[in-house]
Design a protein around this ligand. Structure first.
Ligand SMILES: *[C@@H]1O[C@H](CO)[C@@H](O)[C@H](O)[C@H]1NC(C)=O
Ligand SMILES: *[C@@H]1O[C@H](CO)[C@@H](O)[C@H](O)[C@H]1NC(C)=O
Ligand SMILES: *[C@@H]1O[C@H](CO)[C@@H](O)[C@H](O)[C@H]1NC(C)=O
Ligand SMILES: *[C@@H]1O[C@H](CO)[C@@H](O)[C@H](O)[C@H]1NC(C)=O
Ligand SMILES: *[C@@H]1O[C@H](CO)[C@@H](O)[C@H](O)[C@H]1NC(C)=O
Ligand SMILES: [Ca+2]
Length: 941
């Protein structure tokens, strides 16, 4: 139960007073659960209606819904990982609002901040819709999480529930209506109360007149105030609740001031969140909505190429063409079909443009049109191209970079590393041929392709990201492309990853569980020998051609790939070489894990916030680990594994429910490390014994003694300079720090180039960014701010994402006007038809963007009016057996209208859910009608 008074302010702050996202089953609901339930619910709804439209079967998954169950019901079981990932991002950005904006009343609908609270929601909704239109789903998720927070808090912190409202307040999703009948600043809303009496501390006239109010809130121990007669939030931390009228009205948890209404408030918050998601779905379309939540028919992974297109690269380009068309022809329509295709060509001085499409045909055309030309000197802008790609790949992607030249832009190394750590993307380098343009190498030429230091840069990035550094003659390149084909499987998991530089003899044990298929080992390095030992003790070494453990192998250049026999248990690989080498064991399995570094919030409320930076070195730290692919699996052990050594730091695992685990470590290593998770799945329904599994992060991480903080919550307007204040703190020695900033869109920016900090001190700086006036609304820009100690031995960064949004002036949905409706529907519907003609316009707004059929089995045709392209003409022809139809009309900024028509409706004009009704002053005058109008609004939905 609640151990401290800290459980105030919102649903999140929990009984233990210690955990942001702890869960006590059967008890109060928090933001995390509210958001997750709504997401699962709406996703089921979208998949059901798509199945209906496509004439395929759909079975509602078992209650309570889980990410796994919903992904299976949607026919996309391979999407569970990306679905979980999307849910986690959205819920964590929701929870983050409590940690970052704890005392900003508008974010919580405290202090009767109804208008500014709604503004956060509607402006954020514009960002979500604009981002989705540009297929910037990461930006959409983050903003969505942020606006869910105030939306949900409204039901806990206002008196909506006490007013007897049983449906959500739809006016919170639009800016052209009244939020409700808000109490005047001078109007008293509560009385003093004590004990049980506090259930009814809201004044009768407020309730009777349906006046909207919310609780005042302050944590100031001295000088907390509130306007006379106003309600308080209540609870131990709220200092206003001891000022008359004492008491509170929040419904954050079962034991809050109005805890008896907690369940009602939480259920309304779920419904309101569902409505928000439904509005986004209508604006964006079903498929786009599913992409945003991480569900796609195929693999939900990206196929991403970064390609040097200078003259010497023509062979490589030909290979990329072949690989792409073979993947597209063999995988489209299968569960391996990439969800998105990305290409970044580069050649000094040109980088890009980045091409991102979900249409395989478009991608093939783009790849086919690549040609190799130019590129005089030896070095190219490979890291700039990589930075561009890293800024737009989905989380956890694999990127393949093809070049035969060193990087000319080595200064971007730390920026690229930062983006790799934040996106957990794996970058593989396919280095071919010679750096000397046109000088072809013979395939027996064993000299290194690049100078040692140039190769080391690429090798380091491959290692940090968990990709592979492949160095082959051009003629051998086709043989190495199997790693591209392997990478697109949505079930790809990493069991082990290690590297030794300089090389030395070492043993690497790894657990293979029953769920793993297609077990492979990738080894890179020159003159490496190895011995593989299976769980039964059988061994096979690199020189033996007999033996049954290695069922297939391939060796080109510095790269070797071994296919191992499927056998569950503890394997071991012994590596012998004095040259640097890497070893990586992969397979396919549905069970995998996601993780994020989190930090105990320093604000007034307890909770954990995700880091946009490197964690602090040498001190304690925490991870949030989430298992995917099994509802019954649990995490048993988590280790931070030092990459180049064999030391491991073991964490303490704290289950959080919903497949989430908080893991605490006494110490975050000061050297590079990766994350290894061991777990167990006790669901023995399909197996004789529990499955014991091991997985490892592909990405390697570093910690830092520097800390960077910056405000991440902002929107850029095209053509206007935008300031990002940041601060750098050192936990170690002071000095003159080098500051570097980079943004993936190459927007103009200014920033300091150095900052001086004292030992244990901090310094402030500001980055100014300007997006060109012509930047499309919904574009996102990723800004990386880095600080480095003078000798370069310690670096930290913060990676921030901003959305570029044009000021929206159109808040009104398009309207429908019926031109004609002819119906010959008689007793027997079969064989008789009805026909409708409708004109859709958006007034002086942004214009009609999309008209689609939401309900009805007839045929819909749309065309632009020949004489006025602001008018969309709609004709609809349907069998009388489908007498009703609903038309979804969306404008360019995503305002959504729904128009209803029926064959039974004589000649009367149809109703569209135009907001006009709500603007009538008459309706707002009367108490009864306010209630009614809310109900009517909801009835229309
Ligand atoms: C899901 O949402 C619908 C409305 O969109 C609602 O009727 C239903 O009760 C919700 N289900 C759950 C489990 O919350
Ligand atoms: C799974 O089974 C093992 C013993 O086989 C037991 O120790 C463990 O607690 C079980 N885990 C769960 C989540 O039931
Ligand atoms: C951080 O500081 C500690 C001692 O102050 C030092 O041992 C460690 O190497 C530093 N870490 C980094 C990443 O520089
Ligand atoms: C910090 O270093 C930069 C670049 O090395 C130099 O320009 C600047 O003057 C230094 N600042 C101080 C206060 O030493
Ligand atoms: C940095 O800015 C914050 C407020 O933005 C201020 O509190 C702090 O004192 C500043 N630090 C320095 C070293 O100027
Ligand atoms: Ca409009």
């Amino acid at each position: 139960m609640m151990s401290s008074g800290l459980a105030a302010l919102c649903f999140l702050l929990l009984h233990t007073g210690a955990l942001g996202f702890g869960i006590l089953p059967g008890k109060s609901l928090n933001h995390l659960e509210i958001t997750e339930r709504a997401m699962l619910n709406v996703t089921v709804e979208v998949c059901r209606s798509l199945a209906l439209a496509e004439g395929t079967d759909f079975s509602i998954p078992a209650q309570p819904f889980t990410a796994e169950g919903v992904a299976v019901a949607c026919g996309t079981p391979k999407s569970t990982k990306s679905f979980r990932q999307a849910i986690i991002i959205i819920t964590l950005t929701n929870v983050r609002v409590d940690l970052r904006h704890a005392l900003n009343a508008s974010f919580h609908f405290d202090d009767e901040m109804f208008l500014s609270g709604r503004k956060i929601i509607t402006e954020g909704l514009t960002v979500v819709k604009a981002s989705m239109k540009q297929e910037n789903y990461e930006a959409a998720r983050e903003k969505l999480g942020e606006i869910c927070h105030p939306l949900q808090d409204f039901y806990s912190h206002s008196n909506w529930v006490e007013l007897g409202m049983e449906s959500p307040n739809t006016n919170l999703l639009r800016s052209d209506t009244r939020v409700g009948n808000i109490a005047d600043e001078s109007r008293a809303t509560c009385r003093n109360c004590d004990g049980d009496d506090c259930r009814n501390n809201i004044l009768e006239d407020i309730i009777d007149e349906r006046v909207l109010t919310s609780g005042y809130f302050s944590i100031a121990l001295i000088g907390a105030t509130k306007p006379q007669g106003k309600c308080s939030h209540g609870g131990g931390v709220d200092q206003t609740s001891t000022i008359e009228p004492v008491g509170g009205i929040n419904k954050d948890s079962l034991d809050a001031s109005h805890g008896h209404l907690h369940s009602q408030a939480a259920n309304l918050a779920i419904s309101a969140t569902s409505e928000l998601l439904e509005d986004i779905r209508r604006a964006a379309g079903d498929r786009q909505f599913l992409q945003m939540v991480g569900i796609s028919k195929g693999s939900s992974k990206a196929l991403c190429f970064v390609i040097d297109t200078t003259k010497s690269m023509s062979d490589d380009i030909a290979i990329v063409k072949t690989v792409t068309s073979s993947i597209i022809s063999s995988e489209v329509g299968t569960e391996n079909e990439p969800a998105v295709y990305i290409l970044v060509p580069f050649k000094d001085p040109d980088v890009g443009p980045l091409i991102k499409t979900s249409d395989p045909k478009v991608f093939e055309t783009v790849i086919d049109s690549l040609t190799a030309a130019g590129g005089g000197d030896d070095a190219e802008l490979s890291l700039s191209a990589l930075e561009l790609a890293l800024g737009s790949v989905p989380f956890n992607s694999e990127i393949f970079l093809f070049t035969d030249a060193p990087a000319k832009d080595k200064n971007l190394k730390s920026t690229v590393t930062a983006l790799i750590e934040r996106t957990q993307a794996a970058v593989s380098f396919m280095i071919s041929g010679s750096t000397m343009a046109n000088r072809r190498r013979r395939s027996d030429d064993t000299r290194p392709m690049l100078a040692a230091s140039d190769a080391q840069l690429y090798r380091n990035l491959a290692h940090t990201s968990g990709g592979v550094y492949v160095e082959v003659a051009k003629s051998e390149l086709p043989a190495a492309t199997s790693i591209i084909t392997d990478s697109i499987s949505p079930s790809l998991v990493t069991l082990l990853q290690a590297s030794r530089n300089p090389g030395k003899m070492d043993m690497f044990p790894f657990i293979v569980d029953e769920t793993v298929t297609n077990l492979k080992v990738y080894i890179t390095g020159h003159s490496v020998t190895f011995t593989v030992t299976s769980p039964t003790g059988e061994s096979q070494d690199s020189t033996s051609t007999t033996g049954s453990l290695i069922t297939a192998s391939q060796s080109v250049g510095n790269f070797m790939s071994l296919q191992l026999q499927k056998q569950a248990g503890l394997w071991e690989i012994k590596m012998v070489s004095t040259n640097p080498y890497t070893v990586k064991v992969i397979g396919q399995s549905s069970i995998d894990f996601l993780f994020d570094f989190v930090e105990r919030s320093k604000g007034p409320f307890t909770g954990y916030d995700t880091l946009d930076t490197r964690p602090r070195a040498g001190v304690n730290g925490s991870l949030l680990v989430s298992l995917t692919g099994s509802d019954s699996a649990t995490v048993t052990e988590v280790f931070l594994v030092e990459s180049l050594e064999s030391e491991e730091i073991k964490g303490v695992v704290e289950p959080q429910g919903s497949g989430n685990f908080l893991v605490h470590f006494d110490r975050i290593p000061t050297v590079e490390f990766s994350v290894r998770v061991k777990g167990q799945d006790n669901n023995t329904a399909s197996r004789a014994s529990p499955v014991v599994f091991q997985r490892q992060s592909t990405t390697s991480f570093r910690a830092s003694n520097l800390t960077i903080t910056a405000d991440s919550n902002s929107i850029l307007e095209p053509g206007k300079p935008f300031s990002v204040p940041f601060s750098v703190t050192t936990n170690g020695a002071g000095g003159n720090l080098t500051i570097r900033t980079s943004n993936n869109r190459r927007f103009d920016s200014t920033s300091p180039t150095s900052l001086v900090v004292e030992t244990g001190g901090s310094a402030n700086g500001t980055v100014t960014l300007s997006a060109p006036r012509t930047t499309p609304s919904g574009t996102d820009v990723i800004l990386t701010i880095e600080a480095e100690t003078q000798e370069g031995e310690d670096t930290n960064y913060i990676v921030l994402r901003f959305s570029v949004i044009n000021t929206v002036t159109d808040f009104i949905q398009p309207v429908c006007e019926k031109l004609s409706l002819q119906s010959n529907c008689s007793g027997n519907c079969t064989g008789s038809m009805w026909e409708l003609s409708v004109r859709v316009t958006d007034g002086s707004g942004s214009g009609v963007d999309r008209v689609s059929l939401k309900k009805g089995n007839g045929t819909l045709n749309t065309s632009l009016d020949a004489s006025n392209e602001n008018i969309t003409l709609v004709s609809y022809l349907s069998s009388c057996c489908s007498p009703d139809m609903e038309l979804l009309v969306v404008d360019r900024v995503g305002n959504v209208g729904v128009c209803f028509y029926s064959s039974r409706e004589g000649s009367s004009s149809a109703q569209s859910d135009s907001p006009k009704v709500t603007q009538s002053p008459l309706l707002c005058l009367s108490i009864v009608v306010l209630g009614l109008y809310v109900m009517t609004e909801l009835g229309i939905q």
